[in-house]
Design a protein around this ligand. Structure first.
Ligand SMILES: Nc1ncnc2c1ncn2[C@@H]1O[C@H](COP(=O)(O)OP(=O)(O)OP(=O)(O)O)[C@@H](O)[C@H]1O
Length: 702
């Protein structure tokens, strides 16, 4: 071990430096906690003072959280320039007491060469060093020489930390990769582009890693977007649980994570078949709902309103005019109804004013006819004689028309009359009415075939489905207005799963159109018709989106990738397979009969557990087998997943059960199988019903 002495020396050098960083970190925590207590104890009485105090307390709480999250692997890298200077890279930035930079935040510009420099493009660096910490102590260092110079006794050239990170057993939760982000990933994470960025790439190319680190970068580098909030959107809870620890471990606790159900605030209670979900996902439903809502509003009708003892009638033109003004600013149905009401009340007041003036004039004329005197002139003459003509207001009874107006706005009779032509709507009821009315579906979806309408129409009270959530959201936008909660930046994972309607739902929450979108259409499920990025985001940003492709596979071994290549060629003929950076076991196909499955599976899982203690086994099968598989594997620690739910997940070993059934179950069955076979970091076994020889490629068909 020729380098041992060198390693020890270098580790010692780094230890002193890292000890100093932890000292500063501890001090920063102590100071933030003290400030927190001080602020809490300070007197605050007025609402403004209380508010300011709350803001400050929240800020300090966040600071303490960020500092504490930096505890683990506080410093993980160092770069040495060819000119002689060096910088340490870590989770946060720290300075020494005299103001010198001790540690650079990984997101700072100065840290960029740590991720981006390569031997071909060293960016002025001589060496990149990775530090591995065990609790607070530097345990190991490893160096890459970037400028072509030979290693000296100060350089520790060893196995890359990326290989070590990838070889580690899975825990069921994704880990952050801040110490090992690769150059092609870093370009996207650090991109100055604030609009829509689309990232595609095969399974395991780090799309999720990129998306989450991008969220952390946005929070750091784009404060204006950060202030409006960052949302990470994922397809389901299981997936969000899987990625839930990445951002907190990067010190970011303010990022919201949500599924469609979270955004809608409603949990679906029914399921659609895929063909129904596909129809419901199409944007033409938005147009249909908009027309349906519009038809609950008045056209050229007169409006009769009871005011006191009288019935006043507003002419159709007045109603049309009020409707036009109320809707011209793009207001939704219910708020526009209020504007409509105000306009109509104004028209009523005008009508009343006209009538009153007419009645008074009539009275004057009658008095003049009876007495032979013009009352107005007589009064004016008297006032002139008394010298009061300029001081006194013109004669005549005065009405307080403003209170009349207020009275009419509050008058239930007025609201009642308006309700008949422009009813207030509830989005959920409106959607229910629309989807349970065959005639309405036929009228408002003229392009839908009889079959499609038959697919769509459903019994009253049958509950909301996943695909209904975007329809409900659309109805809310049409009826109540845009959602209250919007975000400065949205990260969308597994974006290939979204329908046109679901894209509308997300875009509604990101008015600034600042998004990081990651996905792979070769893995798309059956519930959407969207197949390309222009179809997905084009309706909202046209061609104004950045597009990146990731090419290196960090998850699966080359052997697993090879075995799925024929499957990929079938489902995405144009797609270039990614390149794996690791080798491992060849995937195995084990022929079984239906009756054999429980015993064969249990044996396989137990063998794997025994041979690879501490590793995670995932068993992926057709949805209708999940309950049985769960029973069979009870107590083994294996995670059982229905193939359609496996997107984004990862295990050390994957057992795919009954691939034929996975393929046959739905339109996207072959893509589901491809997803299932690409979930393993180390090995895959396939239990195939019927024929098949011992070790054929995992994705091959018999
Ligand atoms: N730079 C990196 N350093 C360490 N691990 C990485 C890095 N990039 C990716 N990985 C790991 O590789 C695996 C696959 O990454 P990820 O899940 O982000 O891929 P993906 O493209 O989203 O896959 P899928 O399309 O299957 O959802 C994960 O375990 C991830 O932690």
């Amino acid at each position: 071990m020729q380098m041992d002495n060198g390693v020890t020396r270098q580790v010692e050098v780094e230890r002193q430096r890292v000890d100093a960083m932890y000292e500063r970190l501890d001090l920063a925590v102590t100071e933030a906690l003290a400030a927190h207590s001080r602020v809490l104890a300070a007197p605050a009485e007025s609402a403004a003072e209380l508010y300011a105090r709350d803001v400050e307390v929240a800020r300090l709480t966040r600071t303490v959280g960020e500092l504490r999250a930096a505890e683990r692997s506080l410093c993980f890298g160092r770069i040495d320039s060819a000119a002689g200077g060096s910088l340490h890279i870590g989770r946060i930035g720290l300075r020494s007491e005299d103001g010198a930079v001790l540690l650079v935040d990984w997101r700072a510009d100065a840290a960029r060469p740590f991720y981006a420099a390569t031997p071909a493009w060293p960016m002025g660096l001589r060496r990149r060093r990775h530090l591995r910490l065990n609790h607070r102590r530097v345990a190991d260092v490893s160096d890459e020489i970037l400028d072509g110079s030979g290693p000296t006794s100060h350089d520790i050239v060893g196995d890359g930390p990326l290989v070590a990170a990838l070889g580690r057993a899975r825990t069921g939760r994704m880990r952050e990769a801040v110490a090992t982000l690769q150059a092609e990933q870093d370009v996207i994470v650090r991109s100055p582009h604030r609009g829509v960025t689309v990232v595609e790439g095969g399974p395991g190319t780090g799309k999720t890693i990129v998306a989450l680190h991008r969220a952390a970068y946005v929070l750091y580098a784009f404060p204006v977007l950060a202030e409006r909030g960052v949302l990470v959107f994922g397809p389901n809870r299981r997936f969000l649980d899987y990625i839930s620890e990445v951002l907190p471990s990067l010190g970011e606790n303010d990022v919201q994570m949500a599924t469609l159900a979270d955004l809608a605030g409603v949990a679906p209670s029914a399921a659609d078949s895929d063909p129904v979900a596909r129809i419901k996902g199409q944007a033409r439903l938005a147009a249909a709902l908009a027309r349906w809502v519009r038809d609950r509003q008045p056209r050229g009708v007169p409006l009769a309103v009871r005011v006191g003892q009288d019935t006043l009638v507003l002419e159709p033109e007045t109603v049309i005019d009020a409707h036009r003004v109320a809707t011209s600013g793009g207001l939704a149905h219910n708020p526009a109804r209020e504007a409509f009401k105000e306009h109509l009340v104004e028209a009523l007041v005008n009508l009343l004013e006209r009538r009153t003036t007419d009645a008074l004039n009539e009275m004057d004329a009658e008095v003049a006819a009876i007495l032979g005197v013009d009352l107005d002139q007589a009064v004016a003459g008297d006032l002139r004689r008394l010298g009061l003509d300029e001081a006194v207001a013109p004669a005549g009874p005065e009405f307080d028309w403003d209170s009349v107006r207020d009275g009419l706005i509050e008058d239930p009779a007025v609201d009642f009359a308006i309700e008949a032509v422009w009813p207030r709507l509830r989005a959920a009821d409106a959607l229910e009415q629309f989807l349970t009315d065959r005639e309405a579906l036929t009228t408002y979806l003229p392009s839908a075939s009889v079959d499609e309408v038959a697919h769509l129409v459903r019994d009253p009270g049958s509950g909301l489905t996943d695909a209904d959530l975007a329809l409900l959201d659309e109805a809310r936008a049409l009826i109540e207005g845009p959602p209250a909660e919007v975000y400065g930046h949205i990260v969308v994972d597994e974006a290939q799963e979204l329908s046109e309607m679901q894209w509308r739902m997300l875009m509604r929450r990101c008015p600034g159109r600042s998004m990081t979108i990651v996905g792979d259409f070769a893995q798309a499920g059956s519930a959407t018709t969207v197949r390309t990025w222009p179809e997905a985001v084009g309706p909202f940003v046209g061609e104004r989106f950045d597009r990146h492709t990731l090419t290196i596979n960090y998850r699966t071994t080359a052997e697993i990738l090879d075995s799925t290549a024929p499957l990929l060629a079938r489902i995405a003929p144009g797609q270039v397979p990614s390149r794996s950076i690791r080798h491992g076991e060849r995937p195995r196909t084990i022929p079984v009969t239906d009756a054999d499955i429980p015993a064969a599976l249990l044996e396989l899982v137990e063998q794997t557990n025994h041979a690879h203690t501490g590793e995670l086994v995932g068993v992926i099968g057709p949805t209708d087998r999940v309950a049985d598989l769960t029973r069979v594997l009870d107590g083994t620690g294996a995670v059982i997943v229905a193939a359609p739910d496996a997107r984004g997940l990862e295990f050390d070993t994957v057992v795919v059960v009954d691939p034929g059934a996975i393929e046959a179950r739905r339109q996207s069955g072959t893509r589901d199988l491809y997803v299932a076979l690409t979930r393993a970091t180390k090995r895959v076994a396939v239990l195939r019903l019927g024929g098949g020889t011992g070790d054929r490629g995992a994705g091959s068909r018999s």
